[in-house]
Ligand binder design. Structure first.
Ligand code: NAP
Length: 321
């Protein structure tokens, strides 16, 4: 009988599906010794948002597959998993549209100062019609620079070009021909994207190459009126440099779904800044999408354990042991 460790709460129908195929052991990943011990006896594991380092897999000799309920897989050492013969699966596509909605919510909220002004109204400050001091900036017709135009970046580009008539610039290591054809997206060097864009939106995966991609130098290259949007992973931006840039008026503002440390510490200077919209990593967090992700991850895991999975595999070069 297969043994699956579930290190995140799953919807009941998804748990029932897994139980039809395997014994399911629920584990609290905050209890690391118990988690590591459970992995030693498991054939598979499913969960999210927890770093699984190589030392946690020592002795997990039966482990054949790990299934993350996310598209990002920066919590894993993929090369190490491959060496161990462990298949890693993830959940692309099912979360693309709701994450792109979150990105657009950040763009609109930052530009039109939605959160700041809604709080201002609730605090009883609306005594007369507002003046210039409370105006925002337009989104429609502006230039959006997408750093990492893949699945989610493409869905953001579609909203921007077709819905808001924005000009779309992007950087990628390879061209995204569909986005160029359908949304008029133009591939440029990062420096040009930073210099031209009114909104700079990061949607790259976190890798050694993208860690700290936007630092003090890059922020200085942005327009003073520009807004930085990050719904990728916190460490793609040098947060200390961003805080300085926001304080000094190097850029207008930021819309952030992700941070270097999550949950964002209560003493973060970002929390005191009116020109920052901060969300608690809600990119894909709708009832529908989170359910679809859990279902997809469960099916990926069973498929990987049965050797029938053909898609959503991160390390295709793994050799089953
Ligand atoms: P994707 O389809 O793989 O898109 C990533 C894009 O980044 C690709 O176009 C890729 O193009 C580009 N890229 C990769 N490395 C790059 C580099 N070094 N320099 C420049 N561009 C690079 O992935 P996705 O499904 O859109 O997801 C993207 C990321 O969003 C995930 O990895 C995850 O971290 C994040 N995410 C966050 C949330 C949230 O809750 N906030 C939700 C979902 C996803 P090239 O390969 O051609 O360079």
């Amino acid at each position: 009988m297969k043994k699956i460790v579930a290190y995140k709460a799953l919807p009941s129908d998804v748990e029932t599906y897994l139980r039809a195929h395997a014994e399911v052991i629920k584990v609290d990943p905050n209890d690391k010794p118990a988690f590591v011990e459970a992995l030693k006896h498991a054939t598979g594991a499913i969960g999210a948002s927890v770093k699984i380092s190589p030392d946690m897999l020592e002795g997990a000799t039966n482990l054949k597959a790990l299934s993350t309920i996310s598209v990002g897989f920066d919590q894993f050492d993929v090369a190490d998993l491959t060496r161990r013969g462990i298949v890693l699966t993830h959940t692309p596509d099912v979360l693309t549209e709701s994450t792109a909605d979150t990105v657009f919510a950040l763009i609109l909220a930052s530009a039109r100062r939605v959160v700041e002004l809604a709080e201002w109204v609730k605090a009883g400050n609306w005594k007369a019609s507002i003046g210039e001091a409370n105006f925002g900036v337009d989104v429609q017709g502006k230039t959006l620079g997408i750093v990492g135009l893949g699945r989610i970046g493409g869905a953001v580009a579609r909203r921007a070009a077709l819905g808001f008539r924005m000009n779309v610039l992007y950087t990628n290591r390879s061209a995204n021909e569909q986005a160029e054809k359908e949304y008029g997206a133009k591939r440029v060097e990062l420096d040009e994207l930073l210099a031209q864009s009114d909104f700079v939106c990061l949607q790259v995966p976190l890798t050694p190459e993208t860690r700290g991609l936007i630092g003090a130098n890059e922020l200085r290259k942005m327009k003073p009126g520009a807004i930085l949007i990050n719904a990728s992973r916190g460490p793609t931006v040098d947060e200390a440099a961003l805080i300085e840039a926001l304080k000094n008026g190097t850029i207008r503002g930021a819309g952030l779904d992700v941070f270097e440390t999550e949950p964002l510490p209560a003493d973060s200077p970002l929390l005191a800044m009116k020109n920052v919209v901060a969300l608690p990593h809600i990119g894909s967090a709708t009832h529908e999408t989170r359910h679809a992700m859990a279902r997809n991850a469960a099916e990926n895991l069973i498929g990987a354990l049965n050797g029938t999975l053909t898609q959503n595999i991160v390390n295709r070069d793994v050799r089953a042991r």
